[in-house]
Design a protein around this ligand. Sequence first.
Ligand SMILES: Nc1ncnc2[nH]cnc12
Ligand SMILES: [Zn+2]
Length: 355
Amino acid sequence: MCRTPLHGFLEKLPKCEHHIHLEGALSPSLLFQLASRNQITLPQDDDAFSSHESLLARYAQFSSLDDFLHYYFIGMSVLVLEEDFEALAWDYFQHASADGVHHAEVFFDPQAHTARGISYTTVLTGFSAARSRAERELGISTELICCFLRHLPAPECLATFELEDVQASYASGFIKGIGLDSNELGFPPHLFEEMYQKAGKLGLRRTAHAGEEGPASFIASALETLGVERIDHGIRLVEDVELMRKVVASGTMLTTCPMSNVVLRCVESVKEVPIRKFLDAGVKFSINSDDPAYFGGYILDNYCAVHEAHDLTIEDWERICKHSIEGSWCNEARKNELSTILETLVSEWKYKSVE
Ligand SMILES: Nc1ncnc2[nH]cnc12
Ligand SMILES: [Zn+2]
């Protein structure tokens, strides 16, 4: 918990989370529990897997995105049954709700599961059960975004995109959109142009990780060749002022993940995440947790870290939350509901601060 007098305000802000990998919400305790139940042998030659404490200590020492992904893919090897995927997503939705999330658009990596012989239907059925429960019991609206692993050959990604059960999940509305994740360096967006074109024709929403470790030119390429409506991370946008103007003009929203950027050493501290530059330039962005079980915090921790590092005002937060509602892929009625909650909270706190 942060020490700012605005902590209560930050807690209550009606948050929309747009950048959370469900596999990145796998806590060490669920990881060890499922490994034991599913008889999955974790690497014996890596001391990190000897206890919860050593695993968390290793997570605190990631040296890069690649170093993290090594543990991320090992971690998800314990997910086997529908109920494992349900437990994972339910765990996340409970944390999110406690942190004030009202609407969550969550990523998952089907290829990381189908490659291990777990069917797409198993994954989707588990996640869908958790989504229904979250909507029923927690009142959170949710959407699923199917991500493709860019370190794999583009034709392989396209083949997964075109699988019958995957296509059926688009047609039935279970999947709202597609994304592109995993190692960025060496895997530029344009390689995936054909898949994104097909997704656009099917009416799927489109986003892609860009400008996390990769250069600002990857953000330009994701916008131009993939037709994305959002950019995941995008912090390196500040390196290209002309591109930043275009992003402002198009209203494209960045889904930033400040704690992730620090843990994966894209920046030295949250102070270096260009929050103030984005606010001053009119770049729209939301604040997200990315892989909360690996990076030491869920969404509220990220809000607090940003607040402490950048000393934001109530008006700044109102703008950030307004943009994050507007940039969501939910319907207008839901956006109006969330906007009303935001307006009520802001006027309450503005009144408090003049008392
Ligand atoms: N921060 C990140 N960047 C790219 N791929 C990811 N997969 C999970 N987390 C990721
Ligand atoms: Zn991510």
